[in-house]
Design a protein around this ligand. Structure first.
Ligand SMILES: Nc1ccn([C@@H]2O[C@H](COP(=O)(O)OP(=O)(O)OP(=O)(O)O)[C@@H](O)[C@H]2O)c(=O)n1
Ligand SMILES: C[C@](O)(CO)[C@H](O)COP(=O)(O)O
Length: 259
């Protein structure tokens, strides 16, 4: 699938011109969600009447930066996504929102999103629509770390369970040292040139990477971590719907205001 002929721009400026945007957010929402097994693609599954992708659009465009958001969706969801953008993003927000179709693998969707960003962007965040409740504070901490260090940055949480290595029959062979292990989340942040160059040069097709930190590492780049957050939990399997529901219920006021 290509992204030619489907890019739809919605310039969201008012009468006052905004400064040239330097922050880009690529919101990847084009996955099929096979492990979830819902009727709709995962980013369009609803929580309390809102499609998952709506939360990512809302939090990104709430950031007080002049920015460009690219939402990467299944081709047949582009029109629906533009309607959601119209409804969610305030006219006065200093954001431009573009919707483009995704690829077969996550890294292809990210590259299509990167290709849609204007030249003025120097810092890029890649965020999963499947992590609807990552907070604006987490976005800001990642941006600050990227801009302060020039490195690539991922949110990470310590692994809390005891880890075992098992074989194909489920038999335990050893306990794995968890001290140097973390679980990483999104938004992941990058100097734009670092991420674009990594996507252009790293070998990604025989063993597709599951995140952009891996893309940068395959290209020889350095990735550092900031502390992640429990609320940035990802919808992967049906069990996660219950976890996200309880996060949403616990934060109902703030999240409803964001939308
Ligand atoms: N070709 C793809 C694959 C994934 N994603 C996005 O990347 C994020 C993380 O991917 P994952 O949770 O693995 O989503 P799926 O690929 O949809 O899930 P599954 O592997 O269960 O099919 C999601 O927001 C998903 O929509 C994407 O934009 N394009
Ligand atoms: C990018 C990601 O969310 C970081 O945890 C994750 O890697 C997405 O893909 P996965 O296949 O669910 O690991």
């Amino acid at each position: 699938m290509t992204n030619s002929g489907l890019a739809n721009d919605q310039a969201l400026g008012g009468a006052t011109p905004h400064p040239l945007p330097t922050l880009g957010v690529v919101l990847v929402a084009a996955g099929r969600g096979e492990r979830l097994g819902a009727d709709a693609p995962k980013a369009f599954v609803e929580l309390h009447g809102r499609a998952l992708v709506e939360f990512g659009i809302a939090v990104a465009t709430s950031l007080p930066h002049a920015g460009c958001l690219v939402v990467v969706v299944p081709e047949d969801r582009a029109a629906q996504t533009l309607d959601l953008v119209d409804r969610i993003v305030p006219a006065e927000a200093p954001w431009t929102v573009t919707v483009v179709p995704g690829g077969r693998e996550r890294h292809e969707s990210v590259r299509f999103g990167l290709d849609a960003l204007p030249e003025s962007i120097d810092t890029v965040l890649v965020h999963d629509a499947a992590r609807p409740f990552a907070s604006a504070n987490l976005f800001e901490r990642v941006i600050a770390e990227v801009r302060g260090t020039g490195d690539s940055v991922v949110p990470a949480l310590p692994v809390v369970d005891t880890l075992k290595r098992i074989d194909a029959d489920g038999i335990v062979h050893e306990t794995v040292d968890r001290a140097p292990l973390v679980a990483v989340q999104t938004p992941q942040g990058f100097p734009r040139e670092t991420l674009a160059a990594a996507h252009a040069t790293a070998q990604l097709h025989t063993d597709p990477p599951t995140d952009d930190a891996e893309v940068v590492q395959r290209a020889g780049g350095r990735v550092r971590t900031v502390r992640g957050e429990m609320n940035a939990h990802k919808l992967t399997t049906p069990d996660d719907l219950r976890i996200l529901d309880s996060i949403m219920t616990g934060n109902a006021v703030g999240l409803t205001e964001a939308l």
